[in-house]
Design a binder for this molecule. Structure first.
Ligand SMILES: [Zn+2]
Length: 303
């Protein structure tokens, strides 16, 4: 051994040094053991369900029992909690909408978090006496419907933070599902546009989206002020769909159902159909008429 290194080895051989090394190893190993203990006792994160079905007049009996108000509002509060977590968009197709608490959540999403809100409905229900659609319109939320249509817009679904189809992706989706539009399909404005007005569709829906352009995937609103950062929605968004109108009895006592899902197999068809309606149910809106119940004005019940 090199004589120059001998003093160094002597130090390591000394009792004091051995004691220090043993002590250090003990401290490090106890730290590691503690970290391992923390890791092992960590409660595994609950994997969110990709699909849940709720029956409106069926409730969970939990202990301690909820207050009568909480019990009654279980399904209403669930819908509000999803709307409160929206970061990008809310696309709502609703026939009757008379729930003030839900309309306030939709307005909060737009005003406080810059969420894009689009609503399609039935003209007959905009002027409905208890309708909160008028409140949305007053807050500059775009509410679209067909004027004097023979066919009700009878859907009850809502898409939250799902990806918007650009014109190319929307045409590709509809063509893959229903085939190339033919002359027999001229009666639908959307199919007519696919055949003869692709430029109009491009203007309406754009030429690029998160579905065809990876650079746009996962893009969030710049002014994101989500209410609950600990419980974000699934990345692909959620669909809330069922037989319930967003009315008090429709969400508390009726024989109705609501399904909430993040499955792409469910979200994609609803998202594509929403955009077909967004294209077709697009008559000019007279905002002044919406301030008072339309049905009263129409029937001469109110001057
Ligand atoms: Zn696209």
């Amino acid at each position: 051994m090199d004589a120059a290194l001998q003093p160094v080895f002597n130090i390591f051989k000394s009792k004091t040094c051995k004691f220090i090394i043993a002590g250090s190893l003990l401290i490090v190993s106890s730290e590691l053991a503690y970290e391992l203990y923390l890791w092992l006792r960590k409660v595994p994160k609950r994997k969110p369900k990709s699909c849940e079905v709720f029956f409106i007049n069926r409730r969970k009996l939990v202990q301690p029992l909820p207050s009568p108000q909480e019990f009654l509002f279980e399904h209403i509060n669930r819908i509000i909690s999803y709307i409160d977590r929206a970061e990008k968009s809310i696309c709502l197709a609703m026939y009757i909408f008379t729930m003030r608490e839900i309309s306030e959540a939709v307005i909060r999403a737009k005003k406080e978090r810059s969420v894009i809100v689009r609503v399609v409905t039935c003209e007959s229900m905009v002027g409905n006496e208890g309708s909160y659609l008028r409140d949305l319109i007053t807050e500059d939320i775009k509410v679209q419907y067909k004027y004097k249509s023979e066919y009700l817009m009878h859907h009850k679904f809502c898409l939250i933070d799902t990806d918007w189809y650009c014109a190319n992706c929307l045409i590709a989706y509809h063509t893959a599902q229903h085939g190339e539009p033919t002359k027999n399909m001229q009666h639908t404005l959307f199919d007519k546009a696919v055949m003869s007005d692709r430029e109009g569709l491009l203007q309406r829906f754009g030429s690029s989206c998160a579905r065809c352009n990876p650079a746009l995937q996962g893009r969030k609103q710049a002014t994101m002020l989500r209410k609950d950062d600990n419980d974000p929605l699934p990345k692909s968004g959620v669909l809330i769909a069922g037989s319930s109108n967003w009315t008090f009895p429709g969400l508390t006592t009726h024989w109705d159902t609501v399904t909430i899902s993040s499955l792409p197999e469910l979200i994609d068809p609803f998202a594509a159909e929403f955009q077909r309606m967004w294209y077709e149910l697009n008559d000019p809106l007279d905002a002044t008429l919406t301030r008072e119940p339309l049905y009263k004005l129409r029937r001469g019940l109110q001057k």
